[in-house]
Ligand binder design. Structure first.
Ligand SMILES: Nc1ncnc2c1ncn2[C@@H]1O[C@H](COP(=O)(O)OP(=O)(O)OP(=O)(O)O)[C@@H](O)[C@H]1O
Ligand SMILES: O=P(O)(O)OC[C@H]1O[C@](O)(CO)[C@@H](O)[C@@H]1O
Ligand SMILES: [Mg+2]
Length: 341
């Protein structure tokens, strides 16, 4: 019987390194066979597979994206999800699945596991919003890309004496904003966990300006002002019916300019943060996750996700990873806020 691999949810750098780690250890150490399901749960529901032999994964750990493709397909929508998945797996000679994804993918994996499908999870997401693991792969690379972009925004901001607003990803949590903002020396970091007033933002911006600095404001896409009920969304719904975020930076910039008199520009980094080659850290973490996921399959650790604890790779039950999001703790925000203004 074969082991099936899928990548689901938003892509991120390091997915291919996980796939390579799984297939290399699985073929060389355990003599197992693998297939890849195309485009996340879509491939599982539609029985769309591609071969995954050793030759198929050569040299891919440095490649961004995922050779399997990904989607936000809901395996339970419009079909009798569990029966369809079970029948497809049986027909294709696939005994178990390794699902590489974020909290949404793993929530679907948990529902399938509860119904008897054999699944092991691997935590992926640039947002770093999964609990029960110290880090998800993809976060380090995204943070580095955002930091590089902010370094560039600062030189042009300095030249023109402008306030620069940099919008980064982070639907529910502000990890990318916090880390890239700290690394780039931002004068304000705005995250979903901390509603903030326009008055406070203006105070930070003017304080930096009055010291002769060109202020840098970093904002996560999921941030809300204290006057807003929901995160800013003007781009419709995603495949799972959730609002697509993005645009809060464009909303804030003219308000900052109007209230401070300081010329202000906004840049949304968007999917640039998810593209390109993974950092060395993410390649190593992803490869170790992949190899540990095969171990978990061999030891029948169904319904569990490999996770990073300190420097060790261990594994945790899906419910421990999914119970709550890995939000930025108040203490981390308070620590960073000493640097604002
Ligand atoms: N609670 C759930 N039950 C069943 N399926 C779900 C659930 N949550 C999400 N899914 C399915 O899994 C897909 C992937 O989830 P989602 O879009 O949240 O990405 P993710 O795996 O969290 O990764 P990322 O956040 O990095 O993009 C969703 O589009 C949806 O079809
Ligand atoms: O690629 P899409 O579907 O536009 O999704 C964007 C979302 O995916 C993420 O990159 C990862 O969950 C979020 O930060 C962002 O809100
Ligand atoms: Mg997610």
């Amino acid at each position: 019987m074969k082991i099936g691999i899928l990548t689901s949810g938003g892509d991120c750098p390091g997915l291919n390194a996980v796939i390579r780690g799984i297939v290399l250890k699985g073929t060389q150490v355990y003599d197992k066979e693998f297939v890849g399901f195309r485009d996340g749960w879509r491939g599982v529901v539609e029985g769309d597979i591609m071969p995954l032999e050793r030759k198929d994964i050569q040299g891919i750990s440095k490649q961004g994206g995922t050779i399997l493709g990904t989607s936000r397909t809901n395996p339970f929508e419009g079909t009798n999800g569990v029966d369809t998945v079970r029948e497809n797996m049986k027909r294709l000679g696939v005994d178990s699945l390794i699902a590489i994804g974020g909290e949404g993918t793993l929530a679907a994996a948990k529902r399938l596991t509860d119904a008897g499908i054999k699944i092991v999870g691997v935590p992926k997401t640039v947002d770093n919003d999964l609990s029960a693991t110290d880090y998800t792969f993809g976060f380090d690379t995204a943070t580095q890309i955002a930091t590089d972009a902010m370094d560039r925004l600062r030189t042009t901001g300095d030249s023109h004496g402008r306030c620069m607003v940099a919008e980064v990803m982070g639907r529910h949590v502000g990890w990318i904003a916090l880390h890239s903002g700290m690394a780039a020396g931002a004068h304000a970091i705005l995250i979903p966990e901390q509603k903030t007033s326009m008055e406070q933002i203006v105070e930070w911006v003017t304080s930096a300006r009055d010291r002769g600095r060109a202020p840098l404001v970093v904002v996560a896409e999921g941030f809300t002002l204290d006057t807003m009920d929901d995160a800013h969304s003007e781009r419709g719904l995603d495949a799972f019916g959730r609002p697509r975020l993005g645009g809060i930076g464009d909303l804030l910039a003219p308000e900052i300019e109007a209230l401070t008199g300081l010329e202000t520009r906004s840049t949304t980094l968007g999917h640039i943060q998810r593209g390109g080659t993974p950092s060395a850290y993410d390649r190593v973490l992803a490869t170790r996750y992949g190899m540990a996921a095969v171990d978990a399959v061999i030891h029948a650790r169904w319904g569990r996700m490999v996770s990073l604890s300190g420097t060790e790779i261990t594994n945790v039950a899906f419910e421990d990873a999914l119970g709550k999001l890995n939000t930025v703790p108040q203490s981390r925000y308070d620590e960073a806020s000493i640097l604002f203004g």
